[in-house]
Design a protein around this ligand. Structure first.
Ligand SMILES: Nc1ncnc2c1ncn2[C@@H]1O[C@H](COP(=O)(O)OP(=O)(O)OP(=O)(O)O)[C@@H](O)[C@H]1O
Length: 257
């Protein structure tokens, strides 16, 4: 199977606070992963690292064949052609319409206008936004804005789709519809990583891969490609992970596989 994500000994700190501690896991093409854990556990931090919106401080990350430890600024747009993200704050343009907010993801790729129009309208239909297509996004409800953010991320057909609580603002029916869309993309071969608090969502997808974070550490995983570190925070190297040297060796002098 083709590897899509390799995260080894990943730790990340904000000042003196370690938001991620020595996380290691791998995903293959077409995997569907739920990232769970309480508020503050490090889910968003992990997604931001995978999207290269935070620099890798410790450990190593490979996403869709890109080594993020060595990623140059000019390579970031290339990575983001393969990886789409829906963040919690949506990042949509309030004065632009639903159509424009979604089309922009394709316009930056200089695709033919007809092709853009077809794809945007198909996604808008799929997410039930037809009657809001010309509405400025600033006038939409939270749930509608969330659907626009999801539409913009899937319209580009990414290899990897990262989503941070994509059903958080939606009622149960829309939430199911949104999940159906993620599952549809997954069935086309897209690798999906979805962060959620929702126990209900996890219970409804018992076959998906699950990674639980607590206080920055992996505490639960249901497949062998993830490592649960049984160590305490007192053991610094174990909890925070070995330092990665620029040549890829760890501070222990062991070369990574
Ligand atoms: N930019 C930042 N500056 C300082 N601390 C941060 C920053 N971003 C996150 N943190 C801290 O890192 C920890 C992990 O935060 P993160 O947002 O990754 O958690 P989360 O699991 O996504 O939480 P939620 O489910 O509430 O979104 C928290 O303690 C948070 O306060």
């Amino acid at each position: 199977m083709e590897s899509m994500l390799k995260v080894h000994h990943l730790s990340h700190n904000f000042g003196s606070h370690w938001a991620l501690k020595n996380c290691s896991f791998e995903l293959e093409k077409g995997d569907f992963l739920f990232l769970s854990g309480p508020s503050g556990a490090g889910k968003t931090t992990l997604l931001r690292l995978l999207y290269a919106s935070l620099p890798v401080q410790r450990g190593s990350v490979e996403v869709a064949g890109f080594n993020l430890n060595k990623l140059k600024p000019r390579q970031v747009p290339l990575l983001r052609r393969q990886v789409s993200v829906v963040f919690q704050d949506f990042k949509i343009l309030p004065h632009r319409s639903v159509y424009q907010n979604i089309a922009i993801a394709l316009e930056v790729r200089c695709l033919p206008a007809q092709h853009i129009d077809r794809r945007v309208r198909a996604v808008v239909r799929g997410l039930g936004l037809e009657n809001r297509i010309d509405t400025p996004c600033g006038e939409l409800s939270g749930g509608e804005q969330q659907r626009v953010a999801v539409a913009r991320s899937i319209v580009v057909n990414p290899q990897i789709l990262l989503a941070d609580e994509p059903t958080g603002n939606l009622d149960p029916e829309l939430s199911m519809r949104m999940m159906d869309i993620f599952k549809q993309f997954h069935s086309y071969g897209t690798t999906v990583v979805l962060a959620t608090h929702s126990r209900d969502l996890l219970a409804r997808h018992p076959k998906a891969k699950l990674l639980r974070l607590d206080d920055g550490k992996i505490t639960e995983a249901n497949w062998p490609g993830a490592i649960i570190e049984n160590c305490t925070d007192d053991d610094d190297t174990c909890a925070i992970g070995p330092l990665t040297m620029p040549d890829g060796r760890t501070a222990h002098g062991r070369r990574r596989r």
